[in-house]
Design a protein around this ligand. Structure first.
Ligand code: CA
Ligand code: CA
Ligand code: CA
Length: 298
């Protein structure tokens, strides 16, 4: 009797499974459906890495290390540092830029590189270090800054987000600071051609930003898919990759902004870098004190 019941169950389950499969195959193909990632390497020995960026000049990778043993991610504790790695993930200089008495580095987060200068957010202060003057750190005053998070560049300006105030600023080459708009809980920001995209940690949503700040940020309508978004990048085919820090996941989103696909489970996935030419992602796995190099397969 039990065997017959089991057989009936197996047949029913098999039918349901085939039905689902057929439905899936009939679905219209989405541009991101074929995106997947493969681990190339783990980079160990980092200390709460929040952000990785690629220097277009040398190809080297820079890593911001927040450093705290008590969840003081935003404490001005003078123990943060920035590492320099080769493109294949070997640590060249763990403390390429270190905190000093004259200029503390506390909890460095988002970074960008423009004209041979590394810019990095350090809690309430935007700092920078020119590559030709290693160790020398300058400051750009950002109005009302509390929790500066990400940085991006459009090739002329740099863009800064403040997660606490929601402010998004654009700063030109003369260090003129313009407030573009406010987006509650804004974290990651990226520039793609003339377009600017940002993600909100608190609203767990992705937004297209009007670079002129005339119209309000336009949500993708995917807020029910994520927990706390950290970073966003745009691939050449117009699809997106985002990291969900609390959701411990890296996602792909189709260019039509409708289909969300899980790419890889990564604990506390933070602010990753995209190498377009090589099709590589450099993703910090923050609470595991390491980063992953992933190959994008399309
Ligand atoms: Ca710290
Ligand atoms: Ca971030
Ligand atoms: Ca970023």
């Amino acid at each position: 009797m039990n065997r017959i019941l089991l057989l009936v169950f197996v047949i029913c389950f098999g039918f349901m499974f085939c039905g689902c499969k057929r439905k899936e195959n009939n679905a219209s193909p989405s541009p991101s459906a074929s995106v997947s990632v493969e681990v190339v390497k783990f980079i160990e020995g980092l200390d709460l890495p929040e952000c990785l960026v690629i220097d277009p000049g040398s190809g080297d990778i820079f890593v911001s290390n927040v450093v705290t043993d008590k969840k003081g991610y935003w404490d001005n504790d003078g123990n943060g540092f920035i590492s320099r790695l080769s493109a294949d993930g070997e640590i060249k200089e763990l403390r390429w830029l270190d905190s000093t008495e004259a200029m503390s580095i506390n909890g460095p987060k988002g970074m960008c590189i423009l004209n041979e200068v590394l810019y990095f957010n350090d809690n309430d202060t935007l700092k920078f270090c020119p590559f030709n003057e290693p160790g020398k750190v300058g400051v750009i005053v950002v109005p009302g800054a509390v929790k500066l998070n990400d940085l991006a560049t459009d090739g002329e300006n740099i863009w800064v987000t403040d997660t606490k105030t929601g402010n998004i600023f654009r700063i030109d080459s003369s260090e003129n600071v313009s407030k573009v708009c406010v987006l509650e809980g804004v974290n990651g920001i990226t520039c793609a051609g003339d377009e600017v995209y940002a993600v909100s940690w608190d609203l767990h949503e992705i937004y297209e930003i009007d670079p002129e700040g005339i119209t309000d940020p336009v949500p993708f309508g995917l807020a029910d898919k994520f927990l706390s978004l950290d970073c966003i990048e745009v691939l050449d085919d117009g699809s997106f990759i985002v990291s969900d820090w609390k959701g411990n996941m890296l996602y792909s989103i189709s260019a039509d902004r409708k289909t969300v696909t899980e790419l890889k489970e990564i604990e506390s996935a933070a602010d990753f870098a995209l190498d377009r030419k090589k099709g590589l992602l450099y993703v910090p796995e923050m609470l595991k004190n390491r980063a992953l190099i992933l190959k994008i397969k399309q």
